[in-house]
Design a protein around this ligand. Structure first.
Ligand code: AMP
Length: 482
């Protein structure tokens, strides 16, 4: 028998080892995608998010809503009890799992129930009423992803607890309307009243008997809704069901005088405030906890004819990325209403309340759509000064001077990783700043800086001590000239 040479054996053994190690190496290099329906909010979108937050905060300060943050993880039954069994959110969309101690927990699908829990748990009924709160944060619904619908999405919301007064409903709608107006989105409010639970029950009986007779014209989902969640019958977008809806009984006809008057007063406030609204009898909202006023906010663009979103089959659609975001006109930008029984339902004292939740991804999409259509560039931070430095000593001193200018209100840009003046002036040019501060070796020694007017190219030498005052003077002239 021929003996294998040791060298050959080693080579073979090595190859074998390599092969055996290969799957491991491969798995070590596995690349990860964002989960379906989730997305990264990239820096290029930050200008929108930043503006939204500032706008929300400004409105909250003005109308005296205090910020509240509740945990993302909550006990699952909180939402089952408040939103209600039979709703899509509870039946199909909750991210629900067992915690290590066996408690059933979930990623919050919305924040109102959490806020009601916090109101009760922190004894806020002892505070002066109403308690006005606002929030901002991610919500989670395991919905079918499509344009403007994600599994993780952000909402900003405003809630007024402890008062039943049409002015409170109107104020909530005003804040929501102003939010969209201030960020540059024209919107219209679709509004309805669903009365008290007793009125609603009588109406539902009527609705169910109407729909039972029309069973054969309905889609399968709607046939199930007749017994499970009849109010949702009015939401169906199927053509055949839409036709049935046209002649369906309307809830307003089932409201007692008090409820009707309440609703009329809310509308009078909106008239007074010049807020555009459309009374929408089929609007009932999906969640069990609403009473009286319910509303949704829609874009009011001139091209807002309803474009149907393709009902993608599971697994077939593109992931919801920031580039796949053309917003269908029927996608609501926000929604809310009155929820007078929720706090009590969750174990608190009777506490009338109302609120709104605003969909922030949809606001980004709508704003971007508007900007593209009208050829508008949505403004990012507007820098006013570029600080350029040349050489090690200048870089060190520049860092100090820049830090001293922080907090003066001057929007300063700089880049320490570019050393040539040409490259830095190019950056300044791209940012369209009117002035550049230049600090070189000579200026470090002389305790001066150069200020260059970017339009005329004229340069001026000034004492470092006068930098802030000189820049402010020059900028106020630029801003005043505009
Ligand atoms: P809702 O709590 O369902 O009334 O939602 C209030 C607002 O949040 C809606 O009008 C949407 O703008 C937004 N929203 C709700 N669900 C989603 C979702 N899955 N993805 C993105 N935005 C959503």
């Amino acid at each position: 028998m021929k003996k294998k040479s040791p060298a050959k054996t080693n080579k073979k053994a090595l190859a074998k080892e390599k092969k055996a190690a290969a799957p491991e190496a491969k798995s070590a290099k596995k690349s990860y995608n964002v989960l379906r329906g989730m997305r990264d909010i990239l820096p290029r979108e930050d200008k929108y998010w930043r503006t939204f937050y500032r706008t929300g905060q400004h409105l909250a300060d003005f109308y005296q809503f205090n910020k509240i943050e509740t945990p993302i993880l909550e006990e699952a039954s909180l939402f089952v009890r408040s939103i209600g069994k039979g709703t899509d959110v509870i039946e199909k969309e909750m991210y629900i799992f067992e915690d290590r101690d066996g408690t059933k927990v979930c990623l919050r699908p919305e924040a109102t129930a959490s806020i009601a829990r916090a109101y009760i748990g922190n004894g806020m009924w002892n505070n002066q009423q109403p308690v006005k709160l606002w929030y901002w944060g991610p919500m989670f619904r395991h919905d079918r992803p499509q344009a403007g619908r994600y599994r993780e999405f952000f909402q900003a919301g405003f809630e007024t607890l402890g008062i039943k007064d049409p002015a409170a409903d109107a104020e909530i709608i005003l804040v929501a309307y102003s939010f969209f107006k201030d960020i540059g989105l024209p919107v219209v409010i679709h509004i309805n009243s669903i009365g008290t639970p007793a009125e609603r029950e009588r109406y539902i009986n009527e609705l169910v008997s109407y729909y039972r007779n029309k069973r054969s014209y309905l889609c399968e989902d709607c046939r199930n809704r007749i017994s499970k969640n009849p109010l949702r019958l009015l939401d169906c977008k199927e053509e055949s069901c839409q036709k049935v809806k046209e002649s369906a009984p309307q809830i307003l006809d089932w409201l007692e005088e008090d409820s009707k008057n309440y609703f009329m007063k809310v509308l009078e406030y909106l008239d007074e405030l010049n807020i555009p609204y459309i009374p929408t009898p089929s609007l009932v909202r999906g969640l069990d906890y609403y009473t009286h006023t319910v509303f949704e906010i829609y874009p009011a663009f001139d091209d807002a004819e309803p474009k149907e979103v393709s009902a993608d089959k599971e697994g077939e659609q593109k992931p919801a990325t920031s580039d796949n975001n053309s917003l269908p006109a029927q996608a609501a930008l926000g929604g809310g209403g009155r929820y007078d029984l929720l706090v009590e339902e969750l174990g608190g004292k009777p506490t009338p309340a109302c609120g709104v939740a605003l969909g922030l991804e949809r606001a980004v999409n709508a704003l971007r759509q508007q900007a593209e259509k009208n050829n508008i560039t949505v403004r990012d931070i507007k820098y006013e000064i570029f600080f350029a430095q040349l050489g090690d000593d200048a870089k060190r001193l520049a860092l100090k001077l820049i830090n001293e200018l922080r907090g003066t209100g001057i929007q300063l840009a700089f880049n320490f990783f570019k050393s040539s003046l040409k490259a830095q002036l190019e950056l300044a040019n791209n940012l369209k700043v009117p002035y550049v501060v230049i600090l070189g070796q000579k200026e470090v020694q002389d305790h001066t800086v150069i200020i260059r007017d970017m339009e005329s190219g004229v340069q001026e030498i000034i004492d470092q001590k006068k930098l802030e005052a000189t820049l402010k003077k020059k900028l106020s002239k630029v801003n005043g000239d505009k």
